[in-house]
Design a protein around this ligand. Structure first.
Ligand code: ZN
Length: 339
């Protein structure tokens, strides 16, 4: 089985985006919130059949761990109540997708974060999504201020109530920023990779995994700058008297393969332990076009993993399936239920 651990519902019906736009406008003008849209199953089917579902089949992947549109989470917009309502609606829509196509999608939730509000306030929505909707993880924004970086690090104690709940439910978080508050920092080209890199450095500097030995994070987009600069981070950890990186990440920090060219994936697989790499494509996402050098879509990442000729079949299986089942223990049950 080939498990893609990183996909967003970027093709969601237009009414979702219309609602969000109206919700933000109402907040800014002080008006009443718009009515929440209701989506029919047929409407949802139409948005997936000729998109994610077709690409899964064409590319030979089986199931996508699926979450709301990351760029639309917009935690820096509005207030906590608005974020709660928006997250609930977005998560319910993912649940509807997963119920329609249980073999193809398993849900991961957006959290109702808001600047200045402790992450512990997200516990109820996480619990609802996992215990009632069958979700298997969450996306955690390391910067709900949208690029201002005004909040505490992910390792701050204000996150601990959320982490206690993640440990209790045995679900991981993908570290995932949302849109950028300034056009000077492009969202998917700069803010996303900055977020990934920043979170990793926060982990190096703290004893978070001593406090939570089973807490698990996935750093997406190939880990931002981390694998390429592995020597820098190893050296920083050593100079700062922190544990060696291999030890620090072993049971707690994982990286996906959303690096859109072969040399990047090759470097990732050479630098990081194979036990810490999860296959992902983030389709349909940041980069949708065809690479003229290869004739294939940039985000058809399975091609790059297939090309890693030095990998044993056992290691390839870990990247495609084994590691995802380990990091998302609830995945097994979700997939058994679907078959
Ligand atoms: Zn993403």
């Amino acid at each position: 089985m080939i498990i893609d651990c990183h996909g967003h519902y970027t093709t969601a019906p237009q009414q979702l985006r219309d609602f969000r736009k109206a919700q933000i406008e109402a907040f800014e003008k002080g008006g009443a919130e718009p009515e929440e849209p209701v989506f029919s199953d047929d409407q949802i089917r139409e948005t997936l059949v000729d998109a994610q579902l077709r690409l899964q089949e064409e590319r030979g992947t089986d199931v996508t761990i699926f979450s709301p549109i990351a760029g639309l989470m917009g935690h820096h917009l509005g207030d906590e109540a608005m974020s709660q309502r928006w997250s609930r609606l977005s998560n319910n829509l993912i649940h509807q997708v997963c119920a329609l196509f249980p073999k193809s999608f398993v849900g991961v939730c957006q959290l109702p974060q808001s600047p200045g509000v402790p992450a512990g306030n997200c516990v109820a929505e996480l619990e609802r999504c996992v215990t009632e909707l069958g979700f298997i993880g969450c996306n955690l924004n390391p910067d709900p201020s949208g690029g201002h970086w005004q909040g505490p690090a992910l390792t701050d104690r204000s996150f601990y109530p959320l982490y206690e709940k993640m440990v209790e439910l045995d679900v991981p978080a993908m570290v995932h920023v949302s849109s950028s508050c300034t056009s000077a920092v492009h969202h998917t080209g700069a803010h996303y990779l900055n977020g990934d890199t920043t979170a990793f450095m926060q982990f190096i500097l703290s004893d978070l995994f001593k406090d939570f030995p089973t807490l698990r994070f996935i750093i997406p987009h190939g880990g931002g700058a981390v694998p390429y600069h592995w020597g820098r981070y190893r050296g920083l950890a050593q100079d700062l008297k922190r544990p060696p990186l291999a030890e620090m990440i072993r049971d707690n920090v994982y990286f996906d393969t959303c690096v859109y060219h072969y040399p990047g994936v090759e470097l990732l697989a050479n630098v990081l332990p194979v036990d810490n790499i999860l296959f992902a494509s983030e389709m349909i996402g940041a980069v949708r076009s065809v690479d003229p050098e290869t004739g294939h879509h940039f985000d058809d990442t399975k091609r790059y993993v297939d090309q890693l000729s030095h990998l044993s079949e056992e290691d390839r299986h870990k990247i495609y399936e084994g590691n995802a089942r380990k990091v998302f223990p609830r995945l097994d049950k979700a997939l058994v239920g679907a078959n």
